[in-house]
Design a protein around this ligand. Structure first.
Ligand code: PGA
Length: 254
């Protein structure tokens, strides 16, 4: 049994004061839900303030990116060592980072290695663009992103019997567009592509214990349809994670 996980990706939104306000409003609703891993991923500037508010709750903190070196002359970057004091999760390889900040499968790979080395759980994002989707390249793209993004990793099952990483399948054409993929299609891609590649590369236990989330226009109306699919273990939520009631309802659905 894989424990469901719902992560809120706030992207580049909210000042520190706004972050404090939103998280304070969310805590009561999120705290009362059991059996789901809940993760909030604010921008770097809000991590410290949000971590103080989450202390003593069962809600986890995540970052949205990192650089792969631990320290050094890398102006403007944030290291996994720095994050490991604050966060337990980190979103890596999000399509917006691949699109606007030149991230490649190879830089994603370095980041995933660095996260794991610092006991951060990476939420590795994969997914095809609209062009690739229309050209029938989904399987090829997603399988390449996983093979190269996770190349050379020594993945071991933790004490809690779960895989040390999480994968988020986010078709780029579904992100922020209001046009979600269908739960049935997502289920098939996870089973036939994502778990199949994980099986090939890392074996049965990692393939079966890795949580695979869906992301792309998830909201409180469509969430339960995704979660009722066998292979979908939760969601990576963007826009709806900035709204208290929406996000709490999505976690409830999980
Ligand atoms: P969205 O974003 O829920 O706003 O579509 C999802 C994501 O980018 O992770």
């Amino acid at each position: 049994m894989r424990k469901p996980l719902v992560a809120g990706n706030w992207k580049m939104n909210l000042t520190v004061a706004e972050s404090r306000h939103l998280v304070s409003e969310m805590i009561p609703g999120l705290q009362s839900i059991e059996g789901v891993d809940r993760v909030i991923c604010p921008p770097f500037t809000s991590l410290l303030a949000v971590s103080a508010l989450l202390e003593g709750t069962a809600i986890n903190l995540g970052a949205q990116n990192l650089y792969w070196e631990s320290a050094g002359a890398f102006t403007g970057e944030i290291s996994p060592l720095m994050l490991s004091e604050l966060a337990r999760f980190v979103i890596l390889g999000h399509s917006e980072r691949r699109m606007y900040f030149n991230e490649t499968d190879s830089t994603v790979n370095k980041k995933v290695q660095a996260a794991l080395a610092h006991a951060l759980t990476p939420i590795v994002c994969v997914g095809e663009t609209l062009e690739e989707y229309e050209a029938g390249l989904t399987e090829e793209v997603v399988s390449r992103q996983i093979r190269l993004g996770l190349a050379g990793l020594d993945l071991r099952i933790g004490n809690n019997h779960t895989s040390p990483l999480v994968i988020a399948y986010e078709p780029v054409w579904a992100i922020g567009t209001g046009r979600a993929a269908t739960p049935e299609d997502v289920n098939v891609i996870i089973a036939r592509v994502i778990r199949a590649v994980l099986f090939d590369e890392f074996g049965e236990r990692i393939s079966q214990s890795t949580r695979v989330l869906y992301g792309g226009s998830v909201n409180s109306d469509n969430a339960s349809k995704f979660f009722s699919e066998e292979e979908i273990d939760g969601a990576l939520v963007g826009g709806a994670s900035l709204k208290v009631n929406e996000f709490v309802k999505i976690v409830q659905a999980a």
